[in-house]
Every structure is written in C-alpha cells, then in structure tokens.
Design a protein around this ligand. Structure first.
Ligand SMILES: [Zn+2]
Length: 187
C-alpha cells in the first residue's frame, strides 16, 4: 500500500546524498538533495529518492452533485449543458467539454410542453446530477434552475420579477425555470 506522499515544491530540502540516491525530480547541490519540481516525495526500498509530479485530475461529477453550467443547445426533448464547475470542488476545473443533458421530464415538477419555455441559449443553470453515465441533470426544486440569463432581443441582463424575467433595457419579458438563487451569483 502506498502512503500519502509529502508534497514538496522546487527548492525544498529533501535530505543528503549520503542518505539517498538521486532519482528523477530532484537535484544535488553540495551533497544536499532538493526537489526540482512540485510533487510527492517517493523513497524506494533501495533509498532512491524522487519527486513524482502532482497532476490534478479534473473532478468528475458524481450522483447528487450540484453543477453550474451553461445551456449550449436546446432540442425538442432536452437541453444540453456545458458544465463549468461542480459545487464544493470549484477550485478544480472540470475537463473541457464535459456536457450534461436536462431531459424535458427533469426540468421541473409538473408538465413541460416545450424546453424553450424553460431555458434559453447561454443561460447559466444550477442543476443536480441524477445519472453519471449519461450525465443527466435535473433542475427540479426551488434552488435549481436558471441563475443568470440575457435578453434574447438586446442581450441585456434579465432581472427577476416574480415568476418571470424582465429586461430593464428593452422591457422584454421572458419565461424560465428560475432558481430561487437567480441573480445572486454562483451560489
Ligand atoms: Zn432586452
């Protein structure tokens, strides 16, 4: 079993050349061994010391995770979401091109006649992962749904007014499946 490796940065002192044999990711300066890159320290049975580069693996959304994404495409029965981040794991970027789908039956409680009445292209949505295989998302629930949207006519920011969104610039009114967190930023 592998122990949790100590994480070092370039220049960190690791030991002396009397104690260890140099492996990769380290350098020797007058008998002292230092890390030459950021990573985890590994010491083999034969006392070879090296630093294994630390590679951040992008977080994979898990069932029940809440994700923030942008509506990229709207089809007859579903919306395609490009996922930007997973809540609670915001510091790590998700792999580019991670796409989820919101099926028409998972948009909200109650009957939805058209996906276009609930979402629009480029809306920012907060959604919950309900199936990791196909990355199916749901926006059922008060806190889920659209949290940011722009006016289809003038591209101005839409403000929430009760159950609809209105454009302050051109006064257009648009319908959405709105999250109660609409307009509060990426909460
Ligand atoms: Zn407008």
């Amino acid at each position: 079993m592998e122990k949790e490796r100590r994480i070092v940065v370039p220049g960190d002192f690791l030991g002396t050349s009397e104690e260890f044999t140099l492996g990769t990711g380290v350098y020797d300066e007058r008998g002292n061994i230092y890390a030459s890159l950021t990573g985890g320290v590994s010491i083999s049975d034969k006392r070879v010391i090296e630093v294994i580069p630390k590679v951040e693996t992008p977080p994979t959304p898990e069932e029940g995770d809440v994700v923030i994404g942008r509506i990229e495409d709207i089809k007859d029965t579903l919306a395609v979401v490009s996922i930007a981040c997973v809540k609670g794991k915001e510091k790590r970027e998700v792999a580019a091109s991670t796409q989820g789908i919101i099926h028409i039956s998972n948009i909200k409680n109650g009957y939805v006649t058209e996906v276009q009445h609930e979402f629009s292209y480029l809306d920012v949505v907060k959604a919950k992962v309900i199936d990791t295989k196909a990355l199916r998302l749901s926006t059922e629930g008060k806190d889920l749904g659209v949290i940011k949207a722009i006016c289809a006519r003038c591209k101005g920011d839409l403000k929430r007014k009760g159950n609809v969104l209105t454009c302050e610039r051109c006064k257009r009114v648009e319908a959405r499946k709105i999250s109660e967190d609409y307009g509060r930023g990426l909460v």
